[in-house]
Design a protein around this ligand. Sequence first.
Ligand SMILES: [Zn+2]
Length: 476
Amino acid sequence: MAARGGRALLALCGALAACGWLLGAQAQEPGAPAAGMRRRRRLQQEDGISFEYHRYPELREALVSVWLQCTAISRIYTVGRSFEGRELLVIELSDNPGVHEPGEPEFKYIGNMHGNEAVGRELLIFLAQYLCNEYQKGNETIVKLIHNTRIHIMPSLNPDGFEKAASQPGELKDWFVGRSNAQGIDLNRNFPDLDRIVYVNEKEGGPNNHLLKNLKKIVDQNTKLAPETKAVIHWIMDIPFVLSANLHGGDLVANYPYDETRSGSAHEYSSCPDDAIFQSLARAYSAFNPPMSDPNRPPCRKNDDDSSFIDGTTNGAAWYSVPGGMQDFNYLSSNCFEITVELSCEKFPPEETLKSYWEDNKNSLISYLEQIHRGVKGFVRDLQGNPIANATISVEGIDHDVTSAKDGDYWRLLVPGNYKLTASAPGYLAITKKVAVPYSPAVGVDFELESFSERKEVEKEELMEWWKMMSETLNF
Ligand SMILES: [Zn+2]
């Protein structure tokens, strides 16, 4: 079986030049156990999902196995390498893998940013397998999701930290070992602190979105940024993501922006302009996770302060202030709305509990994915039908704009209500449209913008018409 799998992989790789690394991978893995020695303890298996911890070579194998099973709707790629050289692997699930389809929104799940917070890493491996299985079975919800969404799943943003945490003997793991990357950097404090910029702009005027637009070079030259951080920043900036979640552990709550307080105090509800939709998104996760949404759940630890939790959700800064986190970075540097989900009281729980974490989170993971199809979406084009990229879509009353992607396509997540949307772009006349938004699906609203030069031509023609009429009427 193994040899046949190997040949199938070789044949597929022949068609895909980029996957050479998949084949030569195991020999290069730093610190990997010898192949024959590798633990092969199948604790519980169901539908091809192995409810066990996957070390780095096993993570890679699990993703390749999904890809081999679902080649038509999946692709594996890497966004870069960790400090110790491990790939930051992503499996993409889409009816057109590798391609941004105009109008189709892009979603991402990231796990294991803190290397010792292991549940998210495993849930995302299980999720990839589950999506592939259910697609093949014809599960309507999953087929619809994969046909209408480009889904990117990165089980581990900190593979070095995970190996360190997992290498500790015994089931009881230290609370901190493996949290940071191999350089000792806490990745969720390592992003450019855009909250501080937007808080100044709120008072003094200035942009409310895409705050890193002219600072990309500074990111590349910044020696304080970990390679994992740099890689994920480029990923965030390069793909038109609309929605994402960052999976952590150590508590049980869905946490939404802002994560950093305006005043600098340790705890303070710090709403972002999209507070309403973020509350709704966080609830879309917590509501399907019975322990997370249980109002009578005791705190994870006796002295934990979870007084800010409501229905299993919290404003990040109301819980505790986090400067330099990935969640707010997404919102303030790109069009992507991100929440942070704490999945488990224990960061590295015993392996035999992984199946119950999957059962608690499966419906939440799917429900959250479906949220991407809410609000308003459409295209911004000129009068000839050419796409206008980087057009601004503003919503009256919400001080946070989104921009259109390369094909002029845009997505604007909103809670139900009546809105006024304005599309504008340099050199064009802005257009405002009224729209009534239901819970879902997203309402389609397209904008055709007239350029100033076209407007001048029309005005010139109108003037000529007027002169003609006047001269005819007055006979001069
Ligand atoms: Zn964490």
